[in-house]
Design a protein around this ligand. Structure first.
Ligand code: G3H
Ligand code: 13P
Ligand code: ZN
Length: 336
């Protein structure tokens, strides 16, 4: 199975009431942990590479690691996606390098500029059968160099989505309904606090905005960024073993499950992987201060990535067991 774009994945996810996990990859252990989970669960999966990941690892290494995963799991539908592409040149570069999907994120620009840039990327990408994700609305949090302060985020305006999709020809649309990037998705002032545990309880996602978008774009795949749940057991693990992550808080998983049953076909998760890796490594160092071979601590870290991704696939996204049907649709409808 070669790398595929996201069309067959989203067709089946939309109809089946589940979402494809889009997990950020930055190194070999992350690629392995994610694909081992997806392979065992027969779940289509999107491996996404940010500008920061390209700068850290060198895009070539990441591409070849993803290709190795494709060889290792020949029956698994895998897409290689550019996360938060911020220019035509970056998107073109990735398309020329063999990415099967790109995001052009011009959501911080004025509406007409967002339309123009997205359209330009779509025109280029579609020549190479590459799918394009665009964004309307602004999430709080950190995306590479762009940092949006809490309070400066803007929900997607449903009255814009139809015009935007029609004018740009994009294949999926990321919308802002209250998710946010990073491990601190809400300030304590935005949350209430569970009186028993002291853990922050975030404000609910704006399902009314999502429903409005769905009404205006029937059948069209919606994407949610900033969808880590920031599991408190990993926050505790980090904090118990020398870390300092006070008041880290994410999106409750049941809300993401609800979104996945609607038109949300792609859910982006990065921070939870980082937390699982870091918590596991911190504990390992505490428990084995004499160890210094990276394989010793990266092995359980990779296993932690696998376990958290497996949990997401089964209990949040509902994507397990959908690999074969995706390949069928790909072969019948989209294979070139
Ligand atoms: O949305 C952002 C992703 O979590 C990627 O983060 O830009 O630090 O690689 P990064
Ligand atoms: P999180 O920070 O919630 O994991 O979001 C990741 C993301 O949206 C990548 O594009
Ligand atoms: Zn994102």
């Amino acid at each position: 199975m070669p790398l595929m774009n996201t069309k067959a994945m989203f067709d089946k996810a939309y109809d089946g009431g589940y979402a494809i996990g889009a997990f950020n990859v930055n190194n070999m252990e992350i690629v392995q942990g994610i694909t081992e989970a997806a392979g065992e669960l027969k779940a289509p999966v999107i491996l996404q590479v940010s500008k920061g990941a390209r700068a850290y690892a060198n895009s070539k290494y990441l591409i070849h690691m993803v290709k190795a995963a494709v060889e290792n799991f020949p029956e698994l539908p895998i897409a290689l996606h550019l996360d938060h592409g911020d220019s035509f040149e970056l998107c073109k570069n990735c398309i020329d390098d063999g990415f099967t999907s790109v995001m052009i994120d011009a959501s911080s620009k004025p509406y007409e500029e967002n339309v123009e840039l997205t359209k330009k990327v779509v025109e280029y990408a579609h020549k190479y059968d590459v799918t394009v994700e665009a964004e309307l609305g602004t999430l709080a949090g950190i995306e590479d160099e762009v940092q949006v302060e809490h309070g400066k985020e803007a929900y997607t305006r449903p009255e814009e989505v139809e015009d935007f999709v029609k004018k740009t020809g994009c294949d999926s649309l990321a919308i802002a309904i209250g998710t946010s990037h990073g491990a601190y998705k809400f300030t304590p002032a935005q949350c209430t606090r569970d009186p028993k545990t002291g853990v922050l309880v975030p404000p609910p996602l704006r399902f009314d905005v999502l429903e409005e978008c769905i009404k205006r774009l029937p059948g069209f795949p919606i994407v949610l960024h900033g969808s880590s749940s920031v599991p408190q057991e990993f926050v505790k693990m980090v904090n118990d073993y020398g870390g300092k992550m006070p008041d880290a808080v994410g999106i409750p998983e049941e809300q993401l499950r609800k979104a996945a049953k609607l038109a949300v076909c792609k859910i982006n998760i990065d921070s939870d992987i980082r937390l699982a890796l870091t918590g596991t490594i911190r504990k390992y160092f505490h428990d084995h201060p004499e160890h210094f071979d990276p394989r010793q601590y990266l092995k359980p870290a990779r296993q932690a990535v696998k376990e958290i991704v497996a949990h997401k696939i089964k209990n949040v996204l509902g994507a397990d067991g959908h690999a074969d049907e995706t390949i069928k649709v790909y072969n019948e409808k989209y294979k070139k």
